[in-house]
Ligand binder design. Sequence first.
Ligand code: AMP
Length: 282
Amino acid sequence: MKLISDPGKFIAITEKAGKLKKNIGFVPTMGALHAGHFSLIKQARKENDIVVVSIFVNPAQFGQGEDFKKYPRSFKQDTGFCRKLGVDFVFLPDKDNMYPQGYSTFVSVEPLSGLLCGHSRPGHFRGVATVVAKLLNIVLPDTLYLGQKDAQQAIIISRMVKDLNFPVKVKVMPTVRQEDGLALSSRNAYLSKDQRSVALVLYKALRLAQCMVNNGQRNAARIISRMKQLIEKNKLARIDYIAIVEQEQLKEVKKIIPGTLIALAVKIGRTRLIDNIIIEHI
Ligand code: AMP
């Protein structure tokens, strides 16, 4: 396994892989790797000759007052995990070679970026789309692996790939959860023991929604109202949003149909957590 931090060097490697007709699977991450990331890496390993993982805590996707500085960084442990999982290349750029002096180009996917998480995190998805566009141009993967945990991110990146003709296939892998249902997230590390048990309310609210649908409820407003009630029972939990939307434009729907996305963001203390489910069958 090779560690590379210089984008120029990485491009030389990917060009060589292209000439040798080796296909590349790519998993972009911000590090602090956990089983959610592992599932993406394992899938990439199964399906490609070369597996690339990037680890970059991207400053462009953090707003003022957000957790860029305290975001967990565990590069040594992460590269150890990557080695065990059979990764070929870990790309570890730093902010100066990703955004050198004079850097001026940003990718904005509108209006998707301003909805749901975009409301409370203005500029976040612009930062995400920009860094992923740059990474795609550096790594030149055949397949890009993303997690369903970040549903809006996956929708925005898929839109960007389509709109800007990036020659890459996007594969979205299911959300990996802890045994009790909490979605794995690097930000779970911020939670105290008490907050960790309160955090389960995101999953409980989604389960309640799924249960209501299973029992024949199709009215989105009624489902949102019950989810709200459930979450608001916890004094430590503050709802950012609960949204029931279609997956193309993230437009609110009144009636649940197969493919409807139910997504929410909740603050537990200072930690903002997100989760979602897709209603598959009705
Ligand atoms: P991050 O390091 O949080 O930027 O995430 C890197 C990739 O891993 C993104 O595509 C995420 O959606 C994905 N990911 C993060 N957590 C999970 C999870 N619990 N299950 C599946 N994928 C995940």
